[in-house]
Design a protein around this ligand. Structure first.
Ligand SMILES: NC(=O)c1ccc[n+]([C@@H]2O[C@H](COP(=O)([O-])OP(=O)(O)OC[C@H]3O[C@@H](n4cnc5c(N)ncnc54)[C@H](OP(=O)(O)O)[C@@H]3O)[C@@H](O)[C@H]2O)c1
Length: 220
């Protein structure tokens, strides 16, 4: 899939932003239909996809963007665009406090496991749970009866799995993300840039979990 890039664009920054940016755009814009009245809760907000969703939701804009992190040490890794950052261990009480007991209009879930269940239980009426990944490695079943009784929506998206079937939608999302990053409206962090010859080092860092949030390999 090819996308036009503006003259003089920061190619590395755009390359680093595309996968998570397009996923975030399709999830918030096309599927969750985010409006300015919505409170958005983002699980795994210290991570690559969660971070991108927080930044895009703040631009869209959402009413509030509540980031969830796994530990106090991860707080600084949540994007500055979050209106609040809460710990996973305090998830239920924090969401109750921040939403006045109403719950979240949209939950973005790249993590799964126990948090997915808790987040589903904290959806506001007509709330949307976007299931986008499984960083925890745990798949939590959700009951159909609790979905209709709670007037909730559970929506899945796998960009890698669907892009070849809906290229028009992905192209629209790509164009939107390129434009937002290039104009500086969407403040995606600059990636580490390594020459292609050091690809092995980039892979080792990914395997050791010492890699920077994004690495771009530069082809001379
Ligand atoms: N739907 C799509 O099209 C799409 C697109 C891109 C990625 N994904 C999926 O989204 C998920 C996250 O990807 P990512 O690139 O954001 O990963 P990442 O940068 O590693 O972030 C994952 C986050 O999940 C949290 N987490 C909670 N439990 C964890 C555990 N047991 N192990 C590791 N992390 C855990 C971590 O935050 P704390 O430490 O703060 O808890 C971490 O920051 C993956 O499953 C990926 O396949 C899906």
């Amino acid at each position: 899939m090819a996308a036009p890039i503006p003259e003089g664009a920061d190619l590395a920054r755009i390359a680093a932003a595309l996968v998570n940016g397009v996923t975030a755009w399709l999830a918030l814009h096309d599927l969750a239909r985010l409006s300015a009245h919505d409170d958005v809760v983002v699980l795994g907000s210290s991570g690559g996809l969660g971070g991108a969703v927080c930044r895009l939701a703040a631009v869209h804009p959402a009413r509030r963007v509540i980031g969830v992190v796994g530990s106090a040490a991860k707080r600084p890794s949540a994007p500055a665009e979050c209106t609040a950052v809460v710990l996973a261990e305090d998830f239920e009480s924090s969401i109750d406090r921040l939403t006045g007991g109403r719950g979240a209009d949209i939950v973005i879930d790249p993590v799964g496991g126990r948090l997915r269940r808790q987040a589903f239980d904290r959806l506001a009426p007509f709330g949307r749970l976007l299931v986008l990944g499984n960083a925890s490695g745990e798949d939590t079943p959700l009951s159909g009866d609790s979905i209709w009784l709670g007037s909730s929506s559970v929506i899945g998206l796998s960009v890698g799995g669907v892009a070849h079937l809906v290229p028009g939608k992905v192209s629209e999302a790509t164009a939107a993300i390129v434009d937002l990053v290039h104009s500086g409206v969407l403040n995606e962090p600059a990636p580490a840039v390594l020459p292609l010859e050091r690809a092995a080092r980039a892979h080792t860092e990914l395997e050791n979990r010492t890699a920077p949030p994004k690495t771009v390999l530069k082809v001379r």
